[in-house]
Design a protein around this ligand. Structure first.
Ligand code: GDD
Ligand code: MG
Length: 351
């Protein structure tokens, strides 16, 4: 069985972070995001190859994952000549497939029981099975209505407020039958959500929902990107290096925390980072590889990507800083600031 991972979006809502780092490889702590999805796919022994469907900065992704031998699962890359949308990308990547295929949106983090979804798909002999998750506000997602037997009655992408009739949405995980791919026009941008799924309902085909009550998040915005880190630190999503114990302080053995520095859990300090005397790393902070936090600086509820420097007496709060960022002395960066790679905030500036 093959899996197709849709990872070709530009990640516009995560800009400026995604200018130099495509969304599938933004780091969650120290690991590129896609690793967490591969972990989930590896729980299905039947899946013997993952096809990464790409078009935005594909080389950056290939450099990290190669043929998959390090991640322990075979990986193949299919790069569209131009973005084909979610449906077009599935057709382009899956044209030669003949057996059921698992399709994943490349930006969702979940603990769904994938083997159970595949079992349901087979039991029901479905043309398509999709995973649903409950959310507070479905407007940014694909709204999915079902009947008591898990048949899908309606699929409405990005509903208007007056169209919201339930709280279950498309979680971006599907089992599909490749025989249906012929209906997707070749080499034209086409949306699986707006065209393919509604057409299954119109044709009265077996289109089934698996509702998963467990952890699920789309990391596509700075708020959600921050949230996923908090959820891991708080144990709502269990994954190393955090054990799920409250207030855990995780410091790499290769980091240097000087005497007189204060670390407030939960927080994460990656290898090669240096935290100087009098500096404070507050709760829900992530300090990337080779970062320097200098004397009496304060970092709180913020994510700092690798190779950045927070100078003496600076304050970084509720923010995300890209790689190689320089925050000058006594500068203040707060209130959901998101700074792209190589940003420079000069001494005493306030953002
Ligand atoms: N290869 C390729 N080509 N991939 C693409 C393209 C494309 O043209 N466009 C988008 N993708 C990938 C993105 O990289 C992402 O992983 C996935 O397809 C979904 O695209 P998003 O842009 O993140 O869509 P969304 O978050 O607004 O909505 C989708 O996901 C929701 C769940 O997170 C829809 O599937 C919704 O129905 C769903 O609820
Ligand atoms: Mg998304």
């Amino acid at each position: 069985m093959k899996a197709i991972m849709l990872a070709g979006g530009k990640g516009t809502r995560l800009r400026p972070l995604t200018i130099h780092t495509p969304k599938p490889i933004v780091p969650i702590f120290e690991r590129p995001f896609l690793h967490y999805q591969l972990d989930l796919l590896k729980r299905v022994p039947e899946i013997d190859e993952v096809i990464l469907s790409l078009n935005y900065q594909p080389r950056r992704i290939e450099e990290i994952f190669g043929d998959g031998s390090e991640a322990n699962i075979a990986i193949r890359y299919v790069v569209e000549p131009a973005p084909l949308g979610t449906g077009g990308a599935i057709r382009y990547a899956g044209d030669t497939l003949r057996e059921s295929v698992v399709v994943f949106n490349g930006d969702v983090m979940t603990s769904v029981d994938l083997p159970a979804v595949i079992r349901l798909h087979r039991e029901r002999k479905a043309k398509a099975t999709i995973v649903l998750t409950p959310v507070d506000n479905p407007s940014a997602y694909g709204l999915v209505e079902t009947d008591a037997n898990n048949n899908i009655l309606r699929f409405l992408e990005k509903p208007n407020p007056d169209e919201i009739t339930c709280n279950t949405i498309n979680a971006g995980i599907y089992i599909l039958e490749p025989e249906t791919f012929e209906r997707i026009p070749k080499d034209t941008p086409w949306s699986i959500e707006r065209s393919f799924f509604p057409s299954l309902i119109e044709r009265g085909e077996t289109f089934v929902a698996y509702t998963d009550p467990g952890y699920w998040i789309d990391i596509g915005t700075p708020e959600k990107y921050t949230q996923v880190h908090r959820d891991i630190m708080d144990g709502r999503f269990k994954t190393p290096p955090f054990s799920g114990a409250p207030g855990e302080v995780w410091v790499s053995p290769q980091a240097r925390v000087d005497e007189g520095a204060v670390l407030v859990g939960p927080c994460f300090i990656d290898e090669g980072a240096v935290v100087k005397q009098g500096a404070t790393i507050g709760a829900y902070s992530v300090i990337g590889r080779q970062c320097h936090v200098e004397e009496h600086a304060l970092v709180e509820r913020s994510i700092v990507w690798a190779n950045s420097r927070i100078s003496q007496d600076a304050i970084v709060r509720d923010s995300i800083l890209g790689r190689h960022t320089h925050i000058g002395r006594s500068a203040v960066v707060t209130d959901d600031a998101v700074l792209g790679d190589k940003s420079v905030v000069t001494d005493f500036s306030k953002l």
